[in-house]
Design a binder for this molecule. Structure first.
Ligand SMILES: Nc1ncnc2c1ncn2[C@@H]1O[C@H](COP(=O)(O)OP(=O)(O)OP(=O)(O)O)[C@@H](O)[C@H]1O
Length: 226
């Protein structure tokens, strides 16, 4: 294990929900450390709290106990703007459904987050072309999401997540809405690209075979990681 700073470190992270007067403890004390470039699979039955754990790392929601550090910075010590900056500078997101902007082309969907992060247009476009081409979409740059297949849409979402070179990519069942054969191909391409880029990743998946091709595999069970 190198002594490089982990991209994320969770210490004793907890999360409970209260519904109709009943309290459920979904996360009961999660310790997790992911180093630079490490690809980590997260498995677990439906309702075990995988998405909740990704939300903790994604800093989009409050209500978590314990400590969440991103790039060595304690997220709880930051205000909303500080947490937004941590997300922008360190994290990329891929969801089960792509959430691409429908009125923009594949290329523009990958350029946009880079412009928001302050990159110059020409550089952002070069990067977007490079990523989309690596994912086999070099001939689909000007297609809108509705003109792309489900697998192609998801690959654009992958390119978008990687556009700003995040230290950590968070992926919540990134191929969950695709048929099995397409899901396999897209997840493999995603893994190869993440590896090539040197990003770390935390990937929720039901694909045990591909999970075991990752660097580490965790299972979430009864609120804890094993
Ligand atoms: N906002 C909420 N309010 C109340 N309960 C919630 C809320 N969000 C999640 N839960 C509960 O927390 C538990 C974990 O949900 P979560 O979505 O994290 O599971 P998951 O492992 O991702 O499941 P799946 O594989 O089905 O997506 C579930 O019992 C769910 O009902």
């Amino acid at each position: 294990m190198s002594d490089a700073l982990p991209v994320v470190r969770l210490t004793g992270v907890t999360r409970s929900f209260e519904q109709g007067g009943v309290r459920i403890d979904v996360l009961k004390g999660i310790d997790l450390e992911i180093g630079p470039g490490q690809i980590v699979a997260l498995l677990g039955p439906s309702g075990s709290g995988k998405s909740t754990l990704l939300q903790a790392v994604g800093l989009l929601e409050g209500g978590f106990g314990g400590t969440i550090e991103i790039g060595g910075i304690d997220a709880a010590a930051e205000d909303a703007a500080g947490r937004a900056a941590l997300r922008r500078d360190h994290l990329g997101f891929v969801y089960q459904f792509h959430h691409l902007l429908p009125d923009f082309s594949a290329l523009e969907n990958v350029i946009l987050p880079q412009l928001i992060a302050g990159k110059a247009r020409a550089r952002a476009e070069r990067r977007a072309r490079e990523l989309l081409t690596a994912l086999g979409l070099g001939e689909r740059l000007s297609h809108r999401p509705s003109q792309l297949s489900g697998g192609e849409q998801q690959r654009v979402a992958v390119a978008r997540a990687l556009a700003n070179r995040p230290g950590l990519v968070l992926a919540d069942e990134p191929t969950g809405n695709l048929d099995e054969a397409t899901a396999d191909i897209v997840l493999q391409q995603f893994l190869e690209l993440v590896r090539g880029e040197g990003s770390a990743a935390l990937i929720v998946t039901h694909n045990e075979r591909l999970a075991f091709a990752m660097d580490r595999v965790y299972r979430l069970h009864d609120g804890r990681l094993a």
